[in-house]
Design a binder for this molecule. Sequence first.
Ligand code: PEP
Length: 257
Amino acid sequence: MSERQFLIAGNWKMNGGPFEAAELLEGLRSAKNEISEEVDVLVCPPFVSLGMAVKYLHDSDIQVGAQNLHFEDNGAFTGEISATMLAESGCNFVLIGHSERRQYFGENDETVNKKAHTALSHKIAPVVCVGESLDQRKKDTHFDVVSDQVKKALQDISDSEILDVVIAYEPIWAIGTGETASPEQAQEMHAFIRAEIAALYNEETASAIRILYGGSMKPANAEELLSQTDVDGGLIGGASLKADSFSEIISIAEKLS
Ligand code: PEP
């Protein structure tokens, strides 16, 4: 058993304004008020619900993260949110480079890298998302694609900073589709990413960094995915919007810890 602690993270996407978020968090706390110290739990609501979530969860073990940030600290960037603002709001994690942001909002490896640096310099842990499309998997280029994404995302991130980074492997073909990577496919890619980290940094760093799986994780498949040696948690979209299913996944992680 590795010393890496599971991280179970909920990506709410564009769901849950302050009222709905309060209801969801209320449901989560009544379904799962006690969380084992061996599992980290994170929710990532939309920006407008972050303040409410931080306030509501201040006496719980659930942490709050954002779904994006801008790499500049302030200025004429209408509609954007900076790391300073997130830190001030009480966020200690931020998702970076989610495939939906890459697909719809022009996110690319360069902006992912800039955002990761900015987050780290504000003591916010970046959850860097990588993953291949169905076409890339069919063409058997998925390892090259993910390797490239990992290398570019982590460019110039120092040996000390890397320990605060979380990687989320999210095959695009499994996000919100009901399709899940098989446990073997997930393990294969997670082990590959860990080997990439070992080559970029060292073995010790590679064995310490957390690599989450994301893509239609739900209570029915969480156990087999989380049981894989190199799967250190989940980034969960749809199933994090239901208190029962998210708390069930947390319980599975607790059982496996
Ligand atoms: C996600 O949005 O990161 C995700 C994995 O979504 P889903 O669990 O709905 O596939």
